[in-house]
Design a protein around this ligand. Structure first.
Ligand code: MRU
Length: 331
């Protein structure tokens, strides 16, 4: 399985996802500042993976002699939307703040993620049918979780169990996580896929070429509203319009009980440059202004079900979300 990072002798080695698939370059992060920069610059990305990277960042901080709170603040400041980042840091508060104690926790969180991914994948795959052509958005595979993947994990188990015909992968502008990362992961896993531009989704659905949508999440509010990579919300609207089931696959650590509804989710805005340039090449006039909203919120009313390791959640979400948190001991 593809690993987005590995911890070795006091450093986090990060597979630089900005350069995939053309180059497999490993960055060595030997300080917590370097780990924070790898998260901020999206060398490592995907909600669960950045939570795990932050957990290893705390280990490195302890080795450097950086105070826990200082390191936690530095890491929390990198990306505001994903719930898993704060979740991992909160888990770390519960253990002894030594490099040994924090390392044990980071490894434990990694094991838990792998187990959660596997369960999510099994539960999600049960909802798919052999002839399904399933659309996914952004990247939710091993690169994004450090485990088996969430939405991509569902597709993988479905493919292995003959419950999938083909995956539609949209490019996911501006940073092309769909084209560069999901297509690469599916290619390596031998799962049939076709790549489409983000703007094609309406045309595909109108022609009846999409049977289901499965996406990941960066934060799920207590009422079931889902923040995910920008472009998810329009897919959900189109799915509702065309009667296509819209599923979200995410671990319980992505649910934030402190966030009541989607409106309360902080939405990251990134540098305009990511929109103005594609793979380091300008695609707009010099000096063009751009707005780079990194996530959007899909209202719970458009979500058919949420696959978690604690069970499949359905409306009314206030109740099902509270129930899964309670069973997980998170409330
Ligand atoms: O900005 P990114 O690439 O970190 O955004 C990733 C996504 O939106 C994923 O769908 C989400 O983190 C789920 S990853 C299993």
């Amino acid at each position: 399985m593809l690993a987005p990072f590995r911890y070795e002798e006091g450093a986090l080695l990060v597979l630089d996802q900005r350069r995939l698939p053309s180059e497999e370059t490993w960055l060595r992060c030997g300080t917590v500042q370097e780990v924070a920069e790898a998260i901020r610059s999206m060398a490592v990305r995907g909600a669960p993976a950045i939570g795990l990277a932050a957990a290893y960042g705390l280990v490195i901080a302890a080795r450097q002699g950086v105070a826990f709170e200082e390191a936690a603040e530095l890491l929390l400041d990198t990306r505001p939307t994903a719930a898993n980042l704060r979740w991992a840091i909160e888990r770390a508060r519960g253990v002894e703040a030594t490099s040994e104690g924090l390392l044990e926790l980071a490894r434990e969180l990694e094991r838990e993620q792998l187990e959660a991914d596997r369960r999510i994948a099994e539960l999600g795959a049960e909802r798919l049918e052999p002839e399904d052509r399933v659309l996914t958005h952004c990247n939710t595979g091993p690169l994004a979780t450090g485990g088996y993947g969430t939405a991509v994990g569902v597709l993988r188990v479905a493919w292995e169990g003959a419950r999938l015909k083909q995956v539609w992968v949209d490019e996911t502008r501006p940073l092309l996580q769909g084209a560069r990362l999901t297509a690469w992961e599916l290619e390596r896993a031998g799962i049939p896929y076709r790549l489409v531009t983000d703007a094609s989704v309406g045309a595909l659905m109108e022609r009846g070429l999409v049977d289901r949508v499965v996406v990941g999440a960066d934060r799920i509010a207590a009422n079931g509203d889902v923040a995910n990579k920008v472009g998810t919300y329009p897919i959900a609207v189109l799915a509702a319009r065309h009667g296509v089931p819209f599923y979200v696959a995410a671990p319980v650590s992505t649910i934030d009980p402190e966030t009541a509804a989607g409106d309360d989710i902080p939405i990251e805005e990134r540098a305009p440059d990511e929109v103005v340039r594609v793979l380091d090449r300008a695609v707009a006039p010099e000096g063009a202004d751009a707005l780079n909203v990194a996530f959007d919120v899909t209202p719970a009313a458009l979500v058919t079900a949420i696959f978690t390791e604690g069970g499949v959640l359905e409306a009314p979400y206030e109740r099902s979300v509270a129930g899964v948190l309670e069973r997980a001991g998170a409330r």
